[in-house]
Design a protein around this ligand. Structure first.
Ligand code: HPA
Ligand code: ZN
Length: 332
């Protein structure tokens, strides 16, 4: 554990969080409340299991599916989760946060319009109360169909909210290639939405990172670790000044590395050494048992980045944030 003044340091410097899934910020207490309120058939034992195991990414996706299938019956629940997380990160130096959120798995409970309106109300309320700017990035559920993705983007275009600014894609990457979703991406880009994609997270190949950059034309990549296996693609990403929203607690390498190897060979270190532009994020903080300030601390204490590196990463996260140049100038 770090001395208190270091812990304070990592909580206090201003930062942006750009890779964080709304459902993955649900606190245990709120989860229990929502199960009670919705009458969902989920036992206390299951909930305890969700929160005590220190879930790996695939396990987290199981929790998301339980939330989507049984628990998140009302748009106001989503609003509550957003506000609570903004309160939480406001104490960790976060000035700007973007939430990923999937509608496809919730459409049996609510319309896109009602859900998005509730979340955006939450973002406005969170900003008013806690001074954190909140934005929403509706995200394609890649385990669903390309037609579902097109439906999502059609809804985004039909029901625009000022806080809802971009499109992402998440859930299991294995056998769910990004090119399947080209049409939804092209529609979103044509309509003026920003775009990003989870790619190179699950460890098969660098091809999905290449597809996300060159076919989908992403402005940012979430994770991206497999890029280290292709130096030419690294060069290409550098020429594009492509930002990578990485997550020190979530990488397929974590499943195979020992602790010592972790610090030496972690793909985030390799990505940095190869000259890529990156910054740390929390992904699913309550479910990975990590606070955003601790993600920054891990970069320093386990992955060996210097304070000068972290200073540059703060700049990277601001550059990668989907805000106007005027807003950026004000923060820097
Ligand atoms: N990977 C992909 N999709 C996700 C994740 C993740 O770690 N967490 C929430 N959705
Ligand atoms: Zn993620």
């Amino acid at each position: 554990t770090l001395p208190t003044e270091w812990q304070n340091f990592f909580s206090e410097f201003p930062k942006a969080e750009l890779h964080c899934h709304l459902l993955g910020t649900t606190s245990r207490e709120t989860f229990i409340d929502l199960v009670r309120d919705s009458g969902a058939p989920v036992s206390m034992e299951e909930i305890e299991g969700f929160y005590t195991r220190g879930e790996k990414p695939v396990g987290v996706l199981r929790i998301f599916r339980a939330l989507e299938a049984h628990i998140l019956r009302k748009p106001e629940y989503l609003k509550r989760i957003a506000i609570e997380h903004m309160a939480c990160v406001s104490k960790q130096g976060v000035r700007y946060i973007e939430f990923f959120w999937n509608w496809t798995g919730l459409k049996h409970f609510m319309t896109f319009e009602a859900a998005q309106r509730a979340i955006c109300e939450g973002l406005r309320e969170g900003e008013a109360r806690y001074g954190v700017i909140g934005r929403l990035v509706p995200s394609i559920d890649r385990e669903a169909t390309p037609e579902d993705a097109v439906e999502l983007v059609s809804e985004m275009i039909a029901h625009r909210e000022p806080e809802s600014i971009g499109l992402g894609i998440d859930y299991r990457e294995t056998n769910h290639e990004p090119e399947n979703f080209w049409k939804a991406y092209f529609m979103a880009r044509d309509a003026g939405f920003h775009i990003t994609a989870h790619a190179g997270e699950f460890g098969e190949h660098w091809r999905n990172v290449e597809t996300a950059i060159d076919l989908l034309k992403c402005e940012r990549i979430d994770h991206g670790y497999t890029i280290i296996d292709n130096p030419e693609l690294v060069q290409h990403a550098k020429l594009l000044n492509m930002p990578f929203a990485v997550v020190p607690t979530n990488s397929y390498y974590l499943r195979t590395f020992t602790d010592e190897e972790w610090a030496q060979k972690h793909p985030i270190r390799r990505m940095h050494e190869m000259g890529l532009k990156l910054f740390p994020n929390s992904d699913d903080p309550t479910m990975h048992h990590i606070r955003i300030s601790e993600s920054w601390y891990l970069m320093f204490n386990f992955l060996g980045f210097t304070l000068a590196d972290l200073r540059a990463m703060v700049e990277n996260s601001i550059d990668a944030a989907w805000v106007t140049d005027a807003e950026k100038a004000e923060w820097k």
